[in-house]
Design a protein around this ligand. Structure first.
Ligand code: 5AD
Ligand code: SF4
Length: 469
């Protein structure tokens, strides 16, 4: 048993990152049985689930979307905000009931929540029917943990491999068209509201050669798009012994000629001119940047530990807009951070009015145990925070619609991903700038890049018709 310790996370120093190759094992001891896998949270978790799925398939199992017929249930959890916890614990109520009827059921909890001390002790005390708690650093051990748990013990394996970067990971990917590629793990920024540096550990970069090899393989398999993943991709390479940085890595990935390259998430703090120039230089690096603002108030930004001012952020946006033709910028904003006043909130609205984002994810601040912000005084009533969020969302939606309307009657390249959810006679896909388009086009276009004329613009999507295949 290996338990997490949130308080010690910031002091953890990695001696030396260990690079380890994983061996694929084919022990099909649960052959023919079914697993149920549920994912909460961000793209990182979605991609981790692709690793979990490959492991479960490797045990001889097949996936089911019916909880009742599963022999193994795996929940890949998120800890970023309180409601993420509530959702998981709500769901566990159903699972507890199932376990009573079927004692052979194996229940495993992974992801960020399983890295939290308070959650692990709650599971130990109150949820004995959960068999396995595995951390974000122990995903590759899931198969062995399940094998050891076949007789119903409780096993907790968290944090034991924190300083490792694994290669040779198998993924059962959700898509055959677009793929996630981890370039680094963890985060060292320690923004004061955020739990990620505690749950995901220190920044560890994968070696460039391994990343390039993965992208080349994906390209050979017919993938049209890769999204380079990291909590803070522009910190890429800082921990490596070589001098490579994110701009150089992007350049090398671009040279593989994979048709589309994206990356998430960038921190405005170390977003370099070289990065901007590289994005502008290569047509296969998409002109789309997710650039979290969090707040427009310098006082709040300082309390958040964000390392930039409103003015620096705006200057960066200006430089990005000037250099990358047709770029779209989206953001993340938190309202109601402890001590945020109406004046501070006005500063946020001012930045939104200046940047005119193409879209944004907005959140009410959520107190996360163990983070510095959780000790800050927070007296703003929830009602006030909700009203601020509403006002912010209205403004964001206004600009998102304006940005979409600019594309009316324009020609856009769309990567088609599947049948449209709204109309089965249409397909859907994304423009280079990450705008969702429903297109009147045959399903044979799925997986292809097509040229589309935009015929209608809404707040959150576009309609279009195919111009050529
Ligand atoms: N409360 C609210 N939102 C948060 N985020 C991260 N931590 C918190 C928190 N404690 C938001 C940030 C981040 C996004 C992924 O989630 O905006 O960019
Ligand atoms: Fe959290 Fe800040 Fe790291 Fe993003 S950069 S994951 S907000 S600590």
């Amino acid at each position: 048993m290996n338990l997490p310790n949130l308080q010690k996370a910031k002091q953890r120093t990695l001696k030396e990152i260990e690079y380890k190759k994983l061996e694929t094992s084919n022990d099909e001891f649960l052959k023919g049985q079914k697993f149920f896998l549920k994912t909460y949270g961000c793209q990182m978790n979605v991609h981790d689930s692709e690793q979990m799925r490959a492991i479960l398939i490797g045990l001889g199992m097949t996936e089911t979307t019916n909880l009742e017929e599963a022999r193994v249930i795996v929940l890949n959890t998120c800890a970023i905000r309180e409601n993420a916890h509530d959702k998981v614990f709500g769901y566990l109520g159903r699972i507890k009931h199932l376990k009573k009827e079927n004692p052979d059921l194996i229940v495993a909890i992974g992801g960020c929540m399983s890295q939290e001390e308070s959650v692990v002790s709650e599971i130990l005390k109150r949820h004995p029917y959960i068999n396995i708690v595995f951390g974000t650093h122990n995903i590759h051990e899931l198969g062995t943990l399940i094998k050891n748990n076949i007789h119903g013990t409780q096993d907790i394996e968290v944090f034991s491999n924190e300083g490792c970067v694994y290669e040779g990971i198998n993924y059962a990917r959700d898509s055959k068209i677009t793929a996630w590629v981890n370039i680094m793990y963890g985060c060292d920024k320690f923004c004061t509201y955020c739990i990620v540096p505690y749950t995901r550990g220190k920044e560890r970069s994968r070696k460039p050669a391994e990343i390039i090899e993965e992208v080349k393989k994906l390209k050979d398999q017919g993938y049209q798009e890769v999204t380079l993943l990291g909590q803070n991709v522009n910190a890429y390479g800082h921990d490596l012994k070589t001098t490579i940085d994110f701009a150089q890595l992007l350049e090398e990935v671009a040279k593989t000629n994979i048709p589309r390259i994206r990356f998430v998430t960038s921190h405005p703090w170390n977003f370099t001119t070289k990065m901007i120039e590289t994005i502008a230089k290569y047509p296969n690096i998409m002109p789309y940047i997710h650039l979290p603002l969090q707040s427009g108030s310098n006082r709040i930004l300082k309390l958040m530990g964000r390392r930039y001012t409103k003015e620096e952020y705006l200057k960066l946006v200006e430089q990005i807009r000037k250099t990358i033709k047709g770029v779209c910028i989206t953001t993340d904003i938190i309202v109601g951070f402890p001590s945020e006043t109406d004046e501070d909130f006005k500063d946020t609205l001012e930045v939104v009015n200046k940047v005119k984002y193409d879209g944004a994810y907005t959140f009410i601040y959520s107190k996360r145990e163990g983070t510095p912000a959780s000790k800050m005084t927070d007296i703003t009533p929830l009602k006030v925070k909700e009203a601020r969020l509403q006002k912010l969302n209205d403004l964001i939606n206004k600009y998102a619609k304006q940005s979409n309307e600019k594309l009316l009657n324009q020609e856009e390249e769309v990567l088609v991903l599947g049948i449209s959810e709204k109309d089965s006679n249409k397909v859907y896909g994304y423009t280079k700038t990450m705008k969702l388009v429903n297109v009147a086009a045959p399903k044979e276009t799925i997986g292809k890049l097509i040229n589309v004329k935009i015929t209608d613009a809404k707040s959150f999507s576009l309609d279009g018709e195919i111009l050529s295949k």
